[in-house]
Design a protein around this ligand. Structure first.
Ligand SMILES: [Zn+2]
Ligand SMILES: [Zn+2]
Length: 298
């Protein structure tokens, strides 16, 4: 887990984040995702600087192991001077060695955040789910941590004032906010009440706006007027050309279907799997991967 450096903002990793959400649904299935409807509760990972360091760390680690449904995994956590924030050795288990940066000895309230990320590495390792390359794999890990209910800790560990800044993980604060918002939308949850960091709250608000934006793209009926107008123009173009067309700046594309009707494909606003429906006015579709019902005006 990375540590320090200037805090990056915005949505530079959005594409990989979305691929990670799709990959989670594919690997875990809708039913397993549903078993993560509850987030890690703040009280269960609370850690005061007066608590015993090692007992407290073991308690928080056990809580996260329980949350991720890894009953037989046993975390052995140590502290040492290191460049990174934290590190985990991925072996066969059931014992896993986690190293935390020495600074957590005096920043105990962020130990839960660091462990949430490291223990997710074990979860994904056991699922045999990974993305190629360290960077993409870490984005997958942060996305999975957040989508499955422990990532609000990582966003809450982001604090900034005139003198210093701190952020854990590879996603930007806004991207953590985005994944958290997508989770909040499917589970009807309000994670913002758990934040202790005002910056985390702001990032969540921006992430939520982005997540809502996903739900308002044509051909979904919730799309705004300008998007619908553009969509109608692009559809006319596709009908005239009889060849697959995609349109810069939009997520949908049209494909002719032999002599049948034109089809439009677009990403599911929940899981980002591509959906294909015939172009024939009002269509109700259900995403086969995440089961979201999509009201479309094609
Ligand atoms: Zn990592
Ligand atoms: Zn979906």
């Amino acid at each position: 887990m990375a540590n320090g450096g200037p805090v990056e903002h915005g949505f530079p990793h959005l594409e990989t984040v979305r691929e990670a959400i799709t990959a989670l649904y594919k690997r875990l299935s809708y039913d397993t995702i549903q078993t993560f409807s509850g987030s890690v509760a703040p009280a269960d990972v609370a850690f005061a600087d007066t608590d015993d360091l090692h007992l407290g760390t073991q308690r928080v680690a056990r809580e996260l192991v329980r949350h991720y449904h890894l009953p037989d995994a046993h975390m052995i956590v140590g502290f040492r001077e290191m460049e990174h924030a934290a590190n985990i050795e991925l072996a066969a288990g059931p014992e896993y060695f986690v190293e935390l940066n020495d600074r957590f000895r005096t920043h105990r309230r962020d130990i839960g955040a660091a462990l949430a990320h490291e223990i997710m590495h074990v979860y994904l390792h056991r699922l045999d789910l990974s993305f190629p390359g360290t960077r993409a794999n870490e984005i997958l890990t942060d996305t999975a941590t957040t989508y499955l209910g422990a990532g609000w800790l990582l966003l809450d560990a982001y604090r900034e004032d005139s003198a210093s800044s701190q952020k854990l993980g590879y996603l930007t604060p806004e991207e953590f906010g985005y994944v958290l918002a997508k989770r909040a939308l499917i589970f009807d949850e309000d994670p913002s009440i758990w934040f202790t960091s005002p910056q985390a709250y702001e990032a969540y608000t921006r992430g939520m706006a982005k997540a809502r934006h996903d739900e308002q793209q044509p051909p979904l009926t919730a799309a705004g007027w300008a998007g619908r107008r553009r969509y109608a123009r692009d559809r006319r173009h596709a009908q005239d050309h009889h060849s697959p067309t995609s349109h810069p700046g939009t997520a949908y594309s049209f494909t002719p279907d032999g002599r049948g009707p034109l089809r439009v494909s677009f990403p599911c606003p929940t899981c980002h799997q591509r959906i294909r429906v015939p172009v024939r006015g009002r269509v109700r579709a259900r995403c086969g991967l995440c089961r979201t019902v999509l009201e479309c005006d094609t």
